[in-house]
Ligand binder design. Structure first.
Ligand code: ZN
Ligand code: ZN
Length: 279
């Protein structure tokens, strides 16, 4: 493990807390539901654990890529485009190109996420994320193992397919940041017509809904049109803010319940294994 990892963990923590404070202001102003501070503090603790695992998993991925001398099939090197004298090409370099990179990742994520809802073992681990009852930015953690499961099922395959060069990585990170961080926010903030393109908080809240009619809906992380394309979209109405969580397990109260989620009772199993219910 490289010595910079510790610095990366601190950097990720600082970014997370900054986003958290900013979004808490938005959540206080446009809250979708009243929430407790206690759940938020617990969420912060589990989120920091989950983020540490994400940094370690990212290091592992890079190490595996170097070890196997694995190179991507396609490389998007747009450093030239943003130095072009043509302003249209520069604009595309800053917008279309990073969005195309995110799209490739989001298609992969969509498939991975469907698997998490289909394979019982993966669902059991993913159920930690779905058990969250007070959904907000701090309460958006995943099970500790999730980042490691993504290595063979998502990160390495996507990294093998294509790579982007600096500075597009930074632009992509900023773009992913805005939509991705908002996804779990406890807010009524809507994207207007852009909801057909991007995942707005209410759209992802439906994915976490406790109501059966919402199960297996809205899998995408960034582009909501992927769900429209694959027939799993449910765009919520203006006042549709369902309760979140699972009816067979509470959100984690301690390390044991965070690390060892119970198996779903037999009656609940279809949630993990059945195809999306029809609209
Ligand atoms: Zn899910
Ligand atoms: Zn989520």
């Amino acid at each position: 493990m490289r010595p910079e990892v510790f610095g990366n963990v601190v950097g990720v923590f600082a970014t997370f807390v900054m986003w958290g404070l900013l979004l808490t202001i938005i959540e206080l102003k446009f809250a979708a539901e009243p929430q407790s501070m206690r759940s938020r503090v617990r969420g912060l603790f589990f989120s920091l654990l989950s983020l540490t695992a994400a940094v370690v998993a990212s290091e592992l991925t890079q190490w595996l890529m170097r070890l196997g001398d694995l190179r991507p099939l396609f490389s998007i090197d747009l450093a030239q485009t943003i130095h072009s004298p043509n302003p249209l090409i520069v604009a595309a370099g800053y917008t279309v190109a990073p969005l195309a990179g995110i799209l490739v990742y989001d298609v992969g994520y969509y498939g991975f996420h469907r698997l998490q809802h289909k394979v019982p073992f993966l669902w059991r681990l993913h159920s930690v994320h779905h058990s969250i009852e007070e959904l907000n930015f701090f309460n958006s953690y995943h099970h500790l193992s999730e980042n490691f499961l993504r290595i063979p099922l998502l990160t390495v395959p996507v990294n093998l397919l294509f790579a982007v060069s600096e500075p597009q990585v930074a632009i992509m990170a900023a773009m992913v940041g805005v939509v991705g961080q908002l996804a779990h926010a406890n807010t009524r903030l809507r994207f207007g017509p852009f909801k057909w393109l991007f995942v707005e908080p209410a759209f992802h809240r439906v994915h976490h809904s406790i109501e059966e009619r919402h199960w297996n809906r809205n899998f995408a992380f960034y582009f909501s049109f992927l769900d429209t394309l694959f027939g799993t979209a449910h765009h919520p109405g203006p006042d549709e803010y369902p309760k979140t969580g699972l009816d067979y397990v509470r959100e984690p109260r301690g390390m044991w319940s965070y690390l060892c989620p119970p198996p779903p009772p037999h009656a609940e199993a279809p949630r993990a294994v059945s195809p999306a219910p029809s609209r």
